[in-house]
Design a protein around this ligand. Structure first.
Ligand code: GLY
Length: 320
């Protein structure tokens, strides 16, 4: 806490999965994530709400073709892009989202609109109708690299479990990753929010529903906010975001809630990562996979966990 209220905190992710094999790939992901923190943290410092900061962070990450959300989303088995996104306002404990929406630049903006609508979660046709109602321009999020990735996978009859975690030309032939983007923020008034957006696993069956627009993948209360990334089926089976948030809401410190939840997840051989912030300003992250592409601003400095390899399932910072 400071004389001006709560010190804002911000953590973001650009997916999780297998290690980025090239150092160049890692450095370009680091530059992208740090640029988003540098653009969004000042908004929080100047008094923006956690919800506004989360929306802006998600928009920037959706617009970065490197990440699997918005522009640069992966293709499903039929060669189409269908995206999912959700927003949770912790102070109002209100979830909203869109599932399998096409032809929109920023799915998070649809989730934002649905926060104040009687219907909070829309799927494909409903989301498309909303797009028209809001007069949002039709947009094609396809990139050449994702198309190449899909064509390569088609030759292999879609045997990969998921598409590459980030889109880099030299990484197209790397092993499976798990892409999604997410943003969690604590604002000066102590309000929390979380947002998550994804193009899905990539190469999935038509109609498959991602965790990202469910409370398993994105959840917040007044006490904690969490965004997940990884294999959506595993995240749903653990109900990960809601599980961690409920533990904190029941009185467990954030780091302890991450430790307990990730220990259980490892025992169940899950494949995912998560980021979170609690109302005290603690920031936590966790992964059962090789790498979590996450970075944070703790109010003093930017840090990231791109090269985190200490063997622990979770890490974090505590407010000073
Ligand atoms: N976590 C993204 C997905 O499985 O769709």
């Amino acid at each position: 806490m400071s004389g001006l209220g709560v010190q804002p905190k911000l953590i973001i992710h650009g997916g999780a999965g297998s290690s980025l094999k090239s150092k160049g790939g890692l450095e370009s992901v680091r530059r992208s994530l740090h640029a988003v923190l540098e653009a969004v943290y000042p908004l929080l410092r100047d008094g923006a709400t956690a919800e506004a900061a989360v929306i802006q962070g998600c928009r920037l990450l959706e617009d970065d073709p490197r990440f699997n959300a918005g522009t640069g989303s992966v293709l499903q088995s039929d060669g189409q892009i269908r995206m999912s996104a959700s927003l949770m306002n912790g102070s109002q404990q209100r979830f909203s989202g869109v599932i399998n929406v096409s032809r929109v630049q920023n799915p998070i903006l649809l989730a934002d609109f649905l926060q104040n609508s009687p219907d909070h979660v829309l799927s494909d046709i409903g989301a498309l109708e909303l797009l028209r109602e809001l007069n949002l321009p039709t947009y094609d999020p396809l990139t050449e690299i994702r198309l190449q990735e899909w064509m390569l996978e088609r030759q292999g009859n879609f045997s990969k479990e998921m598409a590459g975690v980030v889109a880099e030309r030299e990484l197209v032939e790397e092993s499976a990753g798990r892409g999604t983007i997410g943003v969690v923020a604590l604002d000066r008034e102590g309000r929390l929010a979380a947002g998550t957006s994804t193009g899905g696993k990539g190469f999935e069956r038509i109609g498959r529903v991602s965790d990202s627009a469910t409370p398993a993948g994105n959840y917040a209360t007044m006490q904690a906010a969490i965004s997940c990334t990884g294999i959506g089926e595993d995240i749903i089976d653990e109900c990960l975001a809601a599980r961690i948030v409920v533990r904190v809401t029941d009185g467990m410190p954030l780091q302890a809630a991450f430790e307990k939840s990730f220990k259980e997840a490892a025992q169940n051989q899950r494949d995912f990562g998560a980021i979170g912030i609690d109302a005290t300003g603690a920031i936590s992250w966790g992964k059962t996979c090789e790498v979590l592409l996450a970075a944070y601003h703790d109010g003093t400095e930017i840090g990231d966990v791109l090269e985190w390899a200490d063997g622990n399932l979770v890490g974090g910072t505590h407010p000073s």
